[in-house]
Ligand binder design. Structure first.
Ligand SMILES: Cc1cc2nc3c(=O)[nH]c(=O)nc-3n(C[C@H](O)[C@H](O)[C@H](O)COP(=O)(O)O)c2cc1C
Length: 103
């Protein structure tokens, strides 16, 4: 099994997408089996309004990782609305590159 999991979700209504929420709902058994303990996690999330609105999304996932015994080791919170627009956010693109290169 992988040592590191990347959680990518757009910011929908200041939280994760319904698909990501469904995935997290299905991860409940891993709290009991402890199979994800010690795993690292990264959050990648664009929002039209940018990183300033991503606090609740990050906190929800961080608490969930805590519960699962995982460690949040990095995040990239970009500013984008339309497909491909994230490429204009040089800061987020560089953060993603540096984060990827650091493992
Ligand atoms: C249903 C929906 C809700 C959204 N809610 C927010 C929001 O609360 N704050 C924000 O900054 N952007 C919001 N956005 C913008 C998305 O975060 C942004 O467009 C993102 O890049 C979409 O990724 P996607 O193309 O994978 O859906 C929303 C977009 C959609 C479709």
């Amino acid at each position: 099994m992988a040592d590191l999991l990347v959680y990518g979700t757009p910011n929908y209504w200041y939280g994760p997408s319904a698909k990501m929420k469904l995935l997290m709902d299905r991860m409940r058994p891993y709290g009991v089996s402890k199979k994800l303990r010690g795993k690292k996690a990264i959050i990648i999330s664009p929002a039209a309004e940018g990183p300033k609105v991503s606090g609740p999304l990050v906190e929800m996932l961080r608490l969930s990782f805590d519960y699962l015994g995982m460690e949040l080791v990095g995040k990239v919170l970009g500013t984008a609305y339309d497909k491909g627009e994230i490429k204009n956010d040089k800061k987020a693109m560089n953060q993603a590159y540096d984060l990827g290169a650091s493992f």
